[in-house]
Design a binder for this molecule. Structure first.
Ligand SMILES: Nc1ncnc2c1ncn2[C@@H]1O[C@H](COP(=O)(O)OP(=O)(O)OP(=O)(O)O)[C@@H](O)[C@H]1O
Ligand SMILES: [Mg+2]
Length: 268
């Protein structure tokens, strides 16, 4: 299948086992995550939600191989995450788009292709195609400062997809945009994702967003973060904007809110 092109044929996607991570000096260390088990299979879209400061970004950075676990293991496709990172199989979208101000929209999206010429996975779509799919076909030659916040987020998403990574890690990519833009961004993301269904781990604070996007919503406990609940979302795909107001979405959202309430009250 296209989504497995160039990657190990292991069934395992992303697997974090008994992971612990603390920050700061010994004696005054702050435990960010502890005893965390998380598994995301190939082709699955999983959303991570939890109280502020519970360790969501830390989980993403561990999964990206950007920070190293103190204990436990982080594996991608049956191998240590450091290897996947070296082989450029991971696309990471940080909370702020972090575009290169001096490069045009198109050259921002081309950037990972230029620096990762030896990436094992060949992109399935060109930067122009990705930008077109995200509604940016008319602004290819503009610079980031000339774009709205929502447009910049779209560029960051196109850039993460550009080199055809096997895994996409997104840290609240839509937090800085207004509600209506956010709603259209998530459906644009779904449309781009639907084409080749990479493994996605997506952090959000929005319950509805988590339900509309995900195959499974994982709720983390208050710090130190560990998995408190896993809620499957069995809504058919492709998911449309109309679905947002449906009773099915609201029923799952209620369940997620209940789990969030339990972890928030449990930490008081
Ligand atoms: N580089 C770091 N140095 C020191 N402490 C850190 C670092 N990164 C995270 N922490 C601490 O680890 C804990 C978890 O932080 P993290 O950013 O993972 O939480 P979060 O769930 O993403 O929060 P938010 O919802 O506010 O984005 C916090 O107490 C934070 O202060
Ligand atoms: Mg965070």
């Amino acid at each position: 299948m296209a989504r497995d092109a160039g990657v190990s044929q292991s069934d395992e996607g992303l697997v974090l086992e008994r992971v612990a991570k603390s920050f700061g000096r010994a004696g005054r260390a702050r435990q960010a995550v502890s005893d965390l088990d998380l598994r995301v299979d190939h082709g699955r879209f999983v959303c991570l939600i939890g109280p502020s400061g519970c360790g969501k970004s830390t989980v993403l950075r561990l999964a990206a191989g950007l920070v190293k676990a103190d204990r436990g293991s982080v594996q991608l496709f049956g191998e240590d995450v450091a290897l996947a990172r070296r082989e450029k199989r991971i696309g990471y979208v940080p909370q702020s788009p972090a575009l290169l101000a001096w490069r045009s929209v198109l050259d921002n999206v081309r950037f990972p292709l230029e620096v990762n010429r030896n990436a094992p996975v060949s992109p399935t779509r060109s930067p122009e195609e990705l930008l077109g799919a995200l509604g940016l076909g008319d602004v290819l030659h503009r610079h980031p400062a000339e774009l709205s916040g929502g447009m910049q987020q779209r560029v960051a998403i196109a850039r993460a997809f550009a080199f055809g990574p096997s895994v996409l890690l997104m840290d609240e990519p839509f937090s800085a945009v207004d509600e209506m833009t956010r709603e259209s961004l998530r459906h644009e993301l779904l449309a781009v994702w639907q084409a080749d269904q990479r493994l996605v781990l997506f952090v959000t604070h929005s319950v509805i967003e988590a339900v509309v996007l995900a195959d499974e919503v994982v709720v983390l406990s208050a710090r130190p973060g560990r998995v408190a609940a896993r809620i499957p979302v069995e809504l058919t795909r492709p998911r449309t904007a109309e679905l947002e107001d449906s009773s099915e979405v609201h029923a799952v959202a209620r369940e997620v809110r209940g789990a969030l309430r339990a972890v928030t009250e449990g930490s008081r």
